[in-house]
Design a protein around this ligand. Structure first.
Ligand code: BG6
Ligand code: MG
Length: 223
């Protein structure tokens, strides 16, 4: 088991970890589900966390038994519609939308010389980081368009460690989604989950909220 002293880098998810965009994604998908006549549930919403745009649409259509009702071109249009609604909300964001404690945590990582990369499934990640004025912290971003498979496949976290030139076991992956924790674990990194301990039960360590994510608390858990 990796010890705290072995850790050299952090591979971050974005939505729901650094900022509360998981809520904005959820609202935009909920709107689309309503317009398609697909019943929304909290479970469906949670299951979409960390999942790519087109895979999310497929999951919504499947939940409503509508997976064969649309052509590929129509699906692209639906996904674009959701993205337009989502981006309109993102463009209202400011650094005030950084989740509690996250800016301090990122600053402490920088001050201690840890390397950082971003492993977000979102094609809007650079835009979101810009709005939060955090682009400087993440010069290394895995391009989600380059992925063969999305979370829970390990590919995005494997690439996140590769960008840092670090072996996976020297990296902590930070996630709010069960699919993301599964991806981190499968990549052989240490998984840090933020949120509900039952939902994120597969993580090596879970913190109930972002304020609790500090180097001191991580050291306590890893030993
Ligand atoms: C993930 C979010 O980070 O990015 C998902 O958790 C979202 O909810 C996915 O669907 C893709 O985002 P985008 O911005 O490319 O549609
Ligand atoms: Mg997330």
């Amino acid at each position: 088991m990796t010890k705290f002293a072995d850790i050299k880098g952090f591979v971050f998810d974005l939505d729901g970890v650094i900022t509360d965009t998981s809520i904005l994604h959820g609202t935009a998908w909920h709107q689309l589900a309503d317009s398609l006549g697909v019943a929304w549930s909290e479970e469906l919403g949670n299951g979409l966390k960390g999942i790519s745009r087109m895979d999310s649409l497929e999951m919504i259509l499947k939940a409503g038994g509508k997976e064969n009702d649309y052509t590929e071109a129509e699906k692209e249009k639906l996904a674009a519609q959701k993205n337009t609604n989502y981006v309109a909300e993102v463009d209202k964001m400011t650094p005030a939308n950084i989740l509690p404690g996250m800016k301090d945590f990122l600053d402490s990582l920088r001050a201690k010389g840890y390397q950082l990369s971003l492993a977000s499934a979102s094609k809007n990640a650079p835009r979101v980081l810009g709005k939060l004025q955090l682009a400087d912290y993440f010069p290394k971003i895995v391009d989600p368009a380059s992925l063969k498979k999305g979370k829970p496949d390990p590919e995005i976290y494997t690439k996140g460690a590769e960008l840092l030139n670090l072996p996976p076991e020297q990296c902590i992956g930070v996630e709010d989604a069960a699919a993301g924790v599964a991806a981190i674990n499968a990549a052989g990194e240490v998984s840090l989950g933020i949120g509900d301990a039952t939902e994120l039960g597969a993580a090596d360590m879970v913190f109930a909220n972002t304020s609790l994510v500090t180097l001191a608390n991580i050291e306590k858990k890893l030993g």
